[in-house]
Structures are given as structure tokens and as C-alpha cells.
Design a protein around this ligand. Structure first.
Ligand code: 9PG
Length: 542
């Protein structure tokens, strides 16, 4: 649909250039919705307009940005692009936003979003916004070859322009920024939360092993944290990466020789929910599943599996969730880990199932992703499912919570990585979280762990405190600080949080772009996101 935004502020309407005068559609903050294969909207916002760049997956760069700056995305780091952006549709040449965008200038906002269960892609080109499904972009634009160090070939199958994603359910609103978002949220709620209304879980405050012990965890370390976690009021202990034999071989390694059931029982015996990290949609080359069933991984046109990212020092591969063998394997995996007693699952690197490539069934890649997460959901109906590295739009209505930013760290920022807004650090995590705070009313959002410790940290006490506010805002409160690392005051601060979270979503009220009422408190994130004072107070790593 080709539309033009006309009229002046307060009296706006859309015209369809093809249909002329007959198609005057009055437009305001309550919004207008329609289904179409594409949208081209001509607008009159100036080049200095600020706009929301919303990224594809949990880690993707997301922020309010300026049209007259270079696109907000991972810059010049192809390995990271593969994981943190959508490598197939990533472009340096224009401002590209996924799922939703908004332009805002002089108290008037134009919000253009999608209500579909697949990602819509919005390009800002001069005075136009172009919107279409990711599937439509795939069919015209595949440049993965140039990204692929392993020379994997990928061909675009024109017949992939499947009926399934040929229409996108668009939403457009114009007017006061906050009111436009509220209308969009209400529409998203009506479309997406109905699907999981019955199974909606409450996120337990969780101690997570990653941001203190990383992969050096052992069963002894986890056991030693149980008593402290109980004292501090945590309701779950989530064992992160480091327990498994290999990514893809989801059996305990030698550091967990008592087995995962025994450890879960010890946690449960203290009245705490056992939680576990796993990445069901990826596998390393030496993993058992990749060695025995290479055919169930996303591949090129010659059947050669495609690397979908690099971590742990090597490439990893993405599961083809349309393959019957992969589907059985996924179901068995979730049945096994819940059978061990784990009911809080951090499901990581999920984007891999939506990576561009050939699959057993020729369906849009986000439909394959959706099938995958639906299998996880039905195999673990009672578990709290937290998606990380998850594709945002197709996860709504299926997962319970979703990571909305890159990894945090016990420092504010690292100067040499300023061209990578997805690099670990509190600044990057906070910026994405705040840009996506509106999602809180559709799904629990995880800003990544809050930090309380001063031991082993380069964060100031006020930077720690702003991470607590992000946790109260998002609804998923996790923390990795070991009990013994904390001072008495820090322990009290943890306790205050474990006792008040999660706040019901109704108690989170967005007042403007960076200011929120969180419970009884008014919290302004703007001084952190757009500081007017010296940065050297915060950038402690250079
Ligand atoms: C365990 C970790 C933690 C962490 C997750 C995830 O873009 N990247 O290359 C990228 C790599 C690792 C990563 C995130 C992004 O960390 O977010 O909380 O669970 O895995 O390995």
C-alpha cells in the first residue's frame, strides 16, 4: 500500500495516491491498521528527526537514533553481525529497523509497527518509510556469501515467497509519542498475549551463575551458593553455560559428576526452583547431534551445513526445526531437562533457528523458528521459558520472558568497542532495554543481571543502582553476585529487590521516552542514556 501522510499536526490524514481523494484516512494516536504485502509511506518529518532503531533479536542494536547519523548497528565486525544482527538483511547503507520504528520531532511522533508473528522490516529512505516482511527481503536480497568465511553457498529460492508471509499486519499512529506507543501496546496485547494467557508464568527472582563464574562453574560452586541465595530471597538458581559436555551435547560434564538431577534435588530441597541454561537450536561441530545427524542443520544448496555464528572459539551450526528428526530431538531434550527437575530455562542463541539458509521444508525462516519454540513450549508447559538471542516478533505469545539487550558487565563501557552497540557492558544493555521498555506490557523483559557488588567491579554505586531499576522495570530480576562477594549493605539491597519483584506490569507506567513510574518511584534513565556530563566519570576501561 502506497500512502502519504498529509495535513498538519493535530489534523493528520493518510491518502492513497492510487485511489486519490476517496482514500482519506484520518490518522491520530489511536492508530490505523491494515494488512498488505508492503507499505510505502511518504512523510514530512525533517532530516534531523530522531527515530527508533529496533533490532531483530535480543542482542541487536536498539536505540533512539538520528536520521542524519550513520545507521545504528554492529559496525565492521562480521562475526558479531552474524550473531547479534540478522546477517542476511543487515545493511550499512540505510536506516533499517525490525518489527517497529517511530519518528519523532517537535512533539509529534509517527509510529509504524507490525502486529504479525513474523518480523516486518522498515527502511527509512529519504522522506519515505518502506515496510515489508523479512521473507520479502530474503527473496530479493541475499548476500550471505560475502559474510561467510567458510565459502558456504546460499541461493535464494524464488518460490520461497510463500503465501504465509506475503501479508504483514501493519499499524500506523501519529500524534503524542507516548499515546502512540500505548495504542500500539494495546493492539500487540490483543494479538499476542491471548496465545499464552493460560500459561503465563511469574518470573522468580533468580541467581544466575554466568556473570561471576562464567564457564568455570562446578557442582560444588553451585551447591555453595544455595544457602546464600535462600537468605537473600532468590526463588530460583539458574546454572548457566559451563555444565554441559558440549554445546549440542546436553549432558553434564566431569565438573557435574553427580548428575543434574541430584543437583536439582539439592536446590529444590531448600525451596528454590532449579534453573538451567541451554541453547537447543545450536550445536558445535564435535557435538554428538552434529556428528550423527548433520542433515538436521541449516545448510547451503549443496547440503553443507552453514555456520550461523562464532563463539567458544569456533563456529556453531543452526538446527533446522522443520526437520522431523530435529523436532523429536528438541522434544526429547526439553523432556530430559525438565525431568531432571529444571523448571526455569534460559534458552539461548535462539535466533539460530531463523538463520537464512536451506531447510527440509521450504517455509519462511521465522516460521521454522516459531515451530521450534512451539515445540519447546509444548514439551515444557510448566517451565518458565526465558529466550535469549531470541527473535523478538515471532517469540511473542510463546515464550514467558525475553532478553532485550546485549550482555551486561561489571563496567559501564569499553572505549575501543564504541562501534559495537552489542558488546558487553552496562551502558549497551541499558540503552537497548530502555528503547524496548514498551514490550514489558506484552512479555516479561530481561535487562540482564542487576549488579550489586563492588568487589571485582568498575561500576560506581549509582551505576549499580540504575541496574536495579532496569530489573524492576523489566520484570525479570536476575543477579550473578555470589553471596560471599557482597558486603552487608549490598546483601540488604539484594533482599529489598528479591522481595519486591516482579512488579505487575500495570505498575510500570512510561511517562516519556526515558522516564518511568516504577511502582511508587519516578525513575529517569535519560542522564544515563544521553549524559550531558563528562563521560570519563563512567568509562573506566580504555
Ligand atoms: C553463555 C552466555 C550467557 C549470556 C548470553 C550469551 O553476540 N555474541 O557473540 C554473543 C556471545 C555470547 C553471548 C551473547 C552474545 O552470551 O547472553 O547471558 O548465558 O551466552 O555462553
Amino acid at each position: 500500500m502506497k500512502l502519504t501522510l498529509a495535513g498538519s499536526s493535530g489534523d493528520r490524514y493518510l491518502t492513497n495516491s492510487k485511489l486519490g481523494e476517496q482514500s482519506h484516512i484520518p490518522l491520530d494516536e489511536t492508530g490505523y491498521e491494515f494488512s498488505a504485502p508492503y507499505l510505502q509511506l511518504e512523510h514530512d518529518f525533517p532530516a534531523s528527526t530522531s527515530f527508533l532503531r529496533h533490532g531483530w533479536n535480543s542482542w541487536s542494536a536498539s536505540a533512539w537514533w538520528q536520521i542524519d547519523k550513520k545507521p545504528w548497528r554492529v559496525w565492521n565486525n562480521l562475526e558479531r553481525t552474524r550473531t547479534a544482527e540478522d546477517a542476511a538483511s543487515d545493511t550499512a547503507n540505510l536506516h533499517r529497523s525490525y518489527f517497529v520504528t517511530a519518528l519523532s520531532q517537535s512533539h509529534e511522533c509517527l509510529l509504524i509497527g507490525s502486529l504479525s508473528s513474523h518480523t516486518a522490516v522498515f527502511d527509512l529512505v529519504e522522506n519515505r518509510v518502506l515496510g515489508r516482511s523479512l521473507t520479502a527481503i530474503d527473496n530479493i536480497n541475499l548476500k550471505i556469501d560475502s559474510l561467510d568465511n567458510n565459502q558456504g553457498k546460499l541461493e535464494v529460492n524464488k518460490s520461497n515467497a510463500s503465501v504465509e508471509h506475503s501479508l504483514t499486519h501493519f499499524f500506523i499512529a501519529v500524534g503524542d509519542e507516548n499515546t502512540c506507543w500505548q495504542s500500539y501496546i494495546r493492539k500487540l496485547q490483543s494479538v499476542h498475549t491471548v496465545a499464552n494467557a493460560q500459561s503465563r508464568k511469574i518470573a522468580p527472582p533468580v541467581w544466575c551463575s554466568w556473570y561471576s563464574y562464567f564457564e568455570e562453574i562446578t557442582q560444588e560452586i553451585i551447591r555453595a551458593e544455595i544457602a546464600g541465595a535462600k537468605k537473600l530471597g532468590y526463588r530460583a538458581i539458574q546454572i548457566d553455560d559451563g555444565w554441559e559436555e558440549q554445546v549440542g551435547t546436553w549432558r553434564p560434564n566431569h565438573k557435574f559428576s553427580d548428575g543434574m538431577s541430584a543437583l536439582a534435588t539439592d536446590i529444590k530441597d531448600q525451596g528454590i526452583m532449579p534453573g538451567l541454561w541451554l541453547s537447543p537450536f545450536i550445536a558445535m561441530q564435535n557435538s554428538e547431534i552434529f556428528q550423527t545427524h548433520p542433515e538436521i542443520f541449516i545448510h547451503d544448496s549443496d547440503g553443507v551445513p552453514l555456520p550461523v555464528g562464532y563463539n567458544w572459539g569456533e563456529a556453531y551450526y543452526g538446527l533446522d526445526c522443520t526437520h522431523p528428526t530435529a523436532q523429536i530431538w528438541l522434544k526429547d531434550l526439553l523432556t530430559t531437562v525438565t525431568g531432571w527437575g529444571y523448571q526455569y530455562l534460559k534458552l539461548d542463541f535462539l535466533y539460530a533457528a531463523a538463520f537464512a539458509g536451506q531447510r527440509y521444508k521450504n517455509i519462511p525462516r521465522e516460521s521454522a523458528y516459531r515451530q521450534g519454540i512451539e515445540i519447546l513450549r509444548s514439551a515444557a508447559p510448566d517451565a518458565y521459558l526465558l529466550g535469549s538471542g531470541a527473535v523478538i516478533a515471532p517469540s511473542l505469545g510463546v515464550l514467558d520472558g525475553i532478553r532485550v539487550g546485549p550482555d551486561t558487565a561489571p563496567y559501564w563501557d569499553v572505549q575501543e568497542r564504541k562501534c559495537d552497540p552489542t558488546a558487553p557492558g552496562l551502558r549497551n544493555a541499558l540503552r537497548s532495554t530502555i528503547a524496548r521498555a514498551w514490550l514489558r506490557h506484552v512479555i516479561d523483559i530481561d535487562p540482564d543481571v542487576a549488579l550489586f557488588r563492588t568487589r571485582g567491579s568498575l561500576l560506581s554505586p549509582d551505576a549499580n543502582a540504575i541496574s536495579w531499576e532496569a530489573a524492576r522495570l523489566g520484570g525479570v530480576f536476575s543477579c550473578s553476585d555470589p553471596y560471599t562477594w557482597l558486603s552487608n549493605d549490598e546483601r540488604q539491597a539484594v533482599k529489598r529487590l528479591t522481595h519486591c519483584v516482579p512488579l505487575p506490569a500495570e505498575q510500570i507506567i512510561q511517562l516519556d521516552r526515558y522516564r518511568f513510574q516504577i511502582g511508587e518511584d519516578i525513575v529517569d534513565f535519560e542522564p544515563w542514556i544521553n549524559p550531558s556530563s563528562r563521560m570519563s566519570d563512567r568509562i573506566l576501561v580504555k
